[in-house]
Write a protein that binds this ligand. Structure first.
Ligand code: GDG
Length: 492
């Protein structure tokens, strides 16, 4: 059986029953209202968690609690700070939490993104810790807990918490409502205990996470790292058979649930006339009719995503294989992300410098090898870029899963195109027909680009067909369905 929206809806109804509210707690909101030229527009944010969870909530209904960060967000909510979304087909409620600049700085840019994010991704970016950020992190977690507790007052609820911004939430909720079932989905890697132990708050974080009833990672390796960490830090009982941890008399089940894309929706949109037209428009706009191959990359501009390494590999490729000069264009889309943090400013400067070096080195007449679009691009255009690409390059230094790889595959209704994928993504465990790279090994990476461009059509089709089969089967509805179904099993 292939999971779809209806299957998920039925599963949620069966498992939760009619009287239980499903609450999603995630930092990022699925829809952002922004004021542009005096008018309010509704945008989709960039980022894996919001992209993945929106179709799930459209299927299940319920409440999504998130930080409202859009300039027009306050203008469109009701007196309870709520708004029904999506705007064209309202199917669930978004409740916005407001943070002042100090709170956002300490909780979001500070402890979440300068401490936990670099700590959990092995990219040799040094995490920094300070007490002030931690205090704001606790304060904002408490704000989420208070809002959720008020919303579910007196009612049965399942709270499904997401990611590294809200590690303390289950503990805060259970303190006042021990009957509420809490699930936490961890979307980034959990590193080994040698790495995690430098976090001065590791004990507080692990203890709080163990207040959840179910804790999900993308891959089993991260579950194992977590067990190891618990073992080193706490006097807890680890049950390897049940794959659970018992601490302070409470049992937390640990599971691997590999997240995915909405295969069917992406395939269907990719098959529309609008996307066809967008393909032609892009060819004209960037004069792509003059080249034989387009290479494509799509990422938030983040140091975990391996964008400089990708550019270095392209440089090496053009140096080593001059016959490809004038025949290839690499297009990178990358919206600026977390730019208030110094490391992200440095990354942006580094990407600019590499791009201008490469373009200076190889440009001839009207051909330049690298095009960088540093902005958010609408989904249909993204799909047009995917469809145009001979190869999509996904080269993170470390990534919990990586949805771009799965969206690229979903978009290739023509069963063509090659995925060049970093070994250090969670996705690499499922997408075995990709061409794998170690992004640190620039010479080999350059050779893999050549290999991707030279794969014969029949081999490209064979690989893409297999990859599409995998993503079609293991789609986003299956991911959410498996998480929700697990509730029944653990309650037994
Ligand atoms: C975290 C984990 C895990 C990006 N630019 C544009 C755009 N995007 C969309 C992509 C994709 C999403 O953003 C990025 O998702 P990823 O999974 O690749 O990466 P993270 O944001 O780091 O996500 C990751 C994920 O959570 C889910 O668990 O896979 O490992 O790090 O959906 O398409 N979308 C549009 N325009 C853009 O310019 N429309």
């Amino acid at each position: 059986m292939t999971w779809d929206r209806k299957e998920l809806k039925d599963t949620v109804a069966k498992v939760l029953g009619e009287d239980t509210t499903l609450v999603i707690a995630a930092n990022r909101e699925p829809y952002v209202h922004v004021i542009k030229e005096g008018k309010i527009e509704c945008d989709r944010p960039t980022g894996g968690v919001a992209t993945a969870l929106d179709p799930v909530m459209q299927a299940c209904g319920g409440l999504w609690v998130a930080h409202g960060r859009g300039s027009g967000d306050r203008k469109v909510v009701d007196k309870n700070d709520c708004i029904k979304v999506p705007p064209d087909n309202p199917s669930y409620t978004l409740k916005r939490i407001w943070l002042n600049k100090e709170e956002e700085k300490g909780y979001y840019f500070g402890f979440s993104n300068s401490s936990l994010w670099p700590l959990c991704h092995l990219t040799y970016t040094r995490p920094s810790f300070n007490e002030n950020d931690w205090n704001y992190y606790k304060l904002v977690n408490q704000r989420f807990a208070d809002v959720i507790l008020k919303e579910i007052k007196g009612r049965k609820a399942v709270v499904w918490i997401h990611d590294f911004h809200l590690t303390l939430l289950a503990q805060m909720i259970k303190k006042r409502r021990p009957d509420v079932l809490c699930i936490h989905s961890w979307h980034i890697p959990w590193p080994n205990s040698e790495v995690f132990r430098i976090c001065p708050k590791q004990r507080e974080i692990i203890e709080a996470l163990l207040c959840n009833d179910l804790l999900g990672f993308h891959i089993r390796y991260h579950c194992e790292n977590f067990f190891d960490n618990v073992d080193k830090v706490l006097e807890a009982r680890i049950d390897r058979e049940k794959y659970s941890v018992i601490y302070n008399g409470h049992e937390t089940f640990i599971r691997a649930f590999p997240i995915s894309a909405d295969f069917r929706a992406v395939s269907e949109i990719s098959d529309t006339e609008e996307v066809e037209k967008a393909v032609q428009k892009i060819i004209n706009e960037f004069s792509l009719e003059k080249v034989d191959y387009v290479l494509f990359g799509l990422d938030r501009l983040d140091y975990t995503k391996g964008i400089p390494e990708r550019l270095l590999a392209l440089d090496r490729f053009l140096e080593k294989y001059p016959e490809y000069r004038k025949r290839v264009v690499f297009i990178q889309i990358g919206e600026l992300s977390r730019i208030q943090i110094q490391e992200y400013k440095n990354l942006n400067d580094m990407i600019n410098a590499l791009m201008s070096d490469i373009n200076w080195k190889y440009s001839v007449e009207d051909w330049s090898p690298v095009i960088l679009l540093r902005r958010h691009v609408p989904l249909k255009q993204i799909l047009a870029f995917f469809r145009l690409a001979r190869a999509c390059i996904v080269s993170p230094l470390h990534d919990g899963m990586n949805l771009v790889s799965k969206e690229f595959i979903s978009s290739r209704i023509d069963e063509d195109g090659v995925l060049i994928l970093s070994k250090f993504t969670g996705a690499a465990r499922e997408l075995s027909e990709a061409i794998f790279v170690n992004p640190y090994d620039i010479d080999d990476f350059a050779d893999k680009i050549k290999q991707a461009l030279e794969l014969p059509k029949v081999e490209r089709t064979r690989r893409m067909k297999t990859l599409r089969g995998v993503v079609k089967e293991n789609n986003i509805y299956k991911w959410a369905g498996k998480v929700i179904s697990e509730i029944k099993k653990i309650q037994k």
